[in-house]
Ligand binder design. Structure first.
Ligand code: DLL
Length: 433
């Protein structure tokens, strides 16, 4: 499923394809989606006048609230009878948003996922266990159809029942595990507790995504399982898994640019920034029929890696997502993403890769505490040892982030494990208001 003719297209040809698709898309949304007709009319934009990708920055953005206001089907561009599947975003805050797929959309999606699996070194010879949740969440079914498209064997395990996950991984001779990185860690930990030697199993690839994770977490997972761990990126509003994928270089997410046009914008000026600079990721769906989106603001923060990739693919690479702007903590005036804290913790000795960031209030003061588990086998009652570990964690965070954060080392296995997307930040402040 390596589609070299597309994935390694000359830039000029790719941009010509994008322009052609963009013109058709603007025509469709203007005529079929009220939200876009209103947005375009409001700024006097005539879709017929779009003839250069440089005009992208003149187009209005789409935000989550547009989708919420259109709940459930009002932004669909295809007739309801052509919609063959519906998914929705996780909707942690307020109303969920609904995304509909036509059969062509599903075909395009499974193609994108198959490219990702193939770039991770998988083929129709392999067995892939999907431990992303199945259901309205796009992870399970999205990955599932990609595996089938590749011609590999799919084990639709879904999330949860972790003992069973280990059993499947071992007994079904699975080659690749697809789930969130935090869940992979839990599966690996459970396997170890059961005395399963993960390095002796056939599993050799991890397809991990749906939440921010770090290079340090990649090292942990690769060592724990004896695998190569690949990042996969996506979001329900745009498609689900497979918007971006890592190749054998494991250095950034190639964006499926024949289907998705990517921009990075400055969140203050809302203007596009040059490749290499950080900002908010914005996508336009070039080929989707069900619910095409123009300049959708993802809230994800990252940058385009400007150098070309050694693998030969010409699709732009998005650096791994630092985090969502909504998850950014402002600690005494300093902006910090949980992933920056993860990078530091996971490099330290004697602590396990399980942590939480607790936001709380003391009087009118906001407080932040990082809780991290002690590695199993290190004696928790060795007060001096615990103090020394705490001090060195504190010093490492202070020197890397230039802020002082309270650190608490907790007992092994005392923090909640995730079976899907993990919540790293626990905010107790609202309970006290
Ligand atoms: O998480 C789709 C997905 C499923 C991607 C399985 C990869 C694998 P949502 O639930 O809508 O969709 O959440 C989308 O999750 O905007 C990012 O903030 C975050 N996210 C997704 N993939 C990654 C990743 C799915 N590889 C939101 N790295 C996105 C960091 C990710 N964050």
């Amino acid at each position: 499923m390596y589609q070299k003719d597309i994935e390694c297209m000359q830039r000029e040809a790719l941009e010509a394809l994008q322009l052609e698709r963009m013109k058709a898309l603007l025509h469709t949304v203007y005529n079929k989606v009220d939200t876009y007709k209103q947005k375009f009319d409001a700024i006097g934009f005539n879709p017929e006048e779009f003839n250069d990708l440089a005009q992208m920055s003149e187009l209005p953005f789409t935000v989550k609230d547009d989708l919420r206001a259109a709940y459930p089907y009002k932004m669909f561009a295809a007739p309801r009878k052509d919609i063959v599947r519906v998914h929705s975003s996780s909707g942690t805050t307020g109303q969920i948003s609904v995304v509909g797929y036509t059969q062509n959309d599903l075909d395009m999606w499974s193609d994108c996922v198959a490219r990702a699996l193939s770039a991770a070194g998988l083929s129709d010879e392999d067995i892939v266990q999907i431990s992303y949740g199945y259901g309205l969440f796009t992870g399970g079914l999205g990955a599932h159809e990609g595996v089938q498209k590749l011609g590999a064997t799919v084990i639709p395990a879904s999330g949860g029942n972790t003992n069973r996950q280990v059993q499947l991984l071992r007994d079904f001779e699975v080659d690749a595990l697809a789930c969130t990185p935090s869940y992979a860690l839990y599966v690996g930990e459970t396997a170890k507790e059961q005395g399963v030697d993960l390095h002796s199993l056939p599993v050799r690839v991890g397809i991990f995504g749906a939440e921010p994770w770090t290079e340090a977490m990649r090292d942990q997972l690769e060592n724990l399982f004896g695998i190569k761990a690949f990042d996969i990126y996506g979001l329900s509003e745009i498609m689900g898994p497979g918007v971006g994928y890592e190749c054998e270089c494991q250095n950034g997410l190639h964006i499926n640019e024949d289907n998705f046009l990517i921009e990075i914008i400055d969140t203050e000026t809302l203007q596009p920034v040059p490749d290499g600079e950080y900002g908010e990721v914005v996508f336009t769906t070039l080929t989707k029929e069900g619910i095409p989106l123009i300049r959708y603001r993802t809230r994800d923060v990252s940058r385009i890696i400007p150098e070309s990739c050694l693998c030969g693919r010409t699709f732009k690479r998005l650096e791994r997502i630092t985090g969502r702007s909504d998850d950014m903590l402002i600690i005494r005036g300093v902006n910090v993403y949980p992933s920056q804290i993860e990078s530091i913790l996971l490099k330290m000795d004697k602590v396990a890769p399980h942590y939480q960031i607790i936001l709380d209030k003391k009087g009118s003061m906001d407080t932040v505490e990082v809780r991290v588990e002690l590695e199993p086998g290190v004696a928790f009652d060795e007060i001096r040892e615990i103090q020394a570990i705490t001090r060195s964690l504190h010093a490492a965070i202070t020197s890397a982030l230039a802020i002082s954060i309270d650190v608490k080392v907790v007992q092994p296995k005392s923090l909640q494990r995730s079976q899907g997307k993990i919540a790293r930040v626990i905010d107790l402040r609202s309970e006290k208001e």
